[in-house]
Design a protein around this ligand. Structure first.
Ligand code: KG4
Ligand code: ZN
Length: 338
């Protein structure tokens, strides 16, 4: 935007278990706020009905907090954006309805954002910014995608998971070791003191640039079950090494695919996004691989890897420039291609 034109957009994220809001002013994030739903912890995964209710409960206070931090009032907004999909329908309905009401009341444009595109655009929240095009591995609890990012809103899916998402694999493996949900950060934590070469697990290799994580999860389950038959305390005694070893296997699986994608496309600027991109060892390994292979590496700060509304706001800013607005009868899309 040019210097004297003001463009303030409020963005709302409610696709999974974080209720989040952010304000972007002329393409720069001015504030963001987030309420994490702790209600799912005891269930070992996100319970969609409880997630919808919690979004509904927290939405107003989270939006208010984002506006207050930005020192803006509703009257200062020029558009309102929401996550249209993919995600859990109940949560998406809460965000969509809230955004529609606000756009209707203020008579301002409504912008429906693709959550997966927004994860990729988290790279543009803070510099250094990636060059275009670049390759992005989007690694979340619901998706695993390898994306060719041609422009802010022009992305081509090169590969994706055929079964579980990588975050789901982290969470299910952590659950087998009795860790709370979400287990990814716990595996990350314990792995710091473990030996990544202590145990080996068979990495599943898919043809082309697709991924599969259900086999490794099953292999892990059988392995610990066999060991526990001989030693009931096996997991407790080997927790750190188990975490480090399974984590390293998962990391190698995605980085090998990235390497193939670089070879196939000739694009050597590479990034990671999504909740699993917050993983300490993945960030370190990607940096090491990049140094060895001559890649330019792009890693958003952890708070912008996990679900947040700043990335939704960034996408909304670019959609506003393209006049990519929604009608008032827009519906959320639980499944939505990147
Ligand atoms: O992108 P995200 O916040 O939500 C979805 O859109 O799914 O990703 C959540 C996923 C969960 O599976 C969580 O366990 C994983 O990201 N995650 C991690 C870490 N932080 C979050 N996995 C491994 N290491 C982490 N540090
Ligand atoms: Zn996400």
């Amino acid at each position: 935007m040019s210097g004297d034109v003001q463009l303030n957009i409020l963005a709302i994220e409610s696709s999974c278990d974080e209720t989040a809001a952010a304000v972007i002013a002329n393409g720069k994030i001015r504030s963001h706020a987030l309420a994490t739903q702790s209600v799912h912890k005891s269930y070992g995964g996100v319970v969609p009905e409880l997630a919808s209710r919690a979004h509904q409960q927290h939405m107003v206070s989270v939006v208010k907090s984002a506006l207050d931090k930005a020192t803006l009032a509703l009257a200062d907004l020029h558009a309102v954006a929401f996550t249209r999909g993919p995600g859990l329908l109940g949560g998406l309905l809460v965000g969509t309805s809230f955004a529609k009401s606000l756009a209707f009341a203020r008579d301002i444009p409504l912008i429906g954002v693709n959550h997966m595109q927004a994860h990729v655009l988290s790279h543009f929240i803070e510099g250094p910014y990636p060059p275009l095009p670049f390759l992005c591995l989007t690694l979340s609890g619901g998706h695993t995608q390898l994306v060719w990012v041609k422009d802010y809103l022009d992305m081509q899916l090169l590969g994706e998971t055929r079964d579980d998402a990588i975050g789901e694999a982290f969470d299910k493996i952590a659950q087998l070791m009795q860790m709370p949900y979400p287990g990814g950060p716990w595996i990350d934590h314990y792995a710091r003191n473990g030996d990544p070469h202590r145990f080996t697990f068979p990495a599943t290799s898919m043809p082309n640039l697709d991924f599969s994580f259900s086999g490794i999860k099953t292999a892990f389950r059988y392995f610990v079950r066999e060991q526990e038959a001989q030693n009931p305390d096996f997991i407790a005694q080997h927790r750190d090494d188990l975490c480090a070893s399974i984590q390293q296997t998962l990391i190698n699986m995605v980085l090998e695919k990235l390497k193939s994608a670089v070879a196939q496309t000739g694009i050597s600027a590479v990034g990671i996004a999504g909740g699993v991109a917050a993983n300490t060892a993945l960030r370190r390994c990607l940096t090491q691989w990049a140094q060895q292979l001559g890649w330019q590496v792009l890693i958003p700060q952890p708070a912008y890897c996990t679900d947040n509304a700043a990335m939704i706001a960034l996408a909304a800013h670019h959609q506003y420039i393209q006049r990519d607005f929604c009608d008032m009868d827009v519906a959320p899309l639980p499944k939505m291609p990147v």
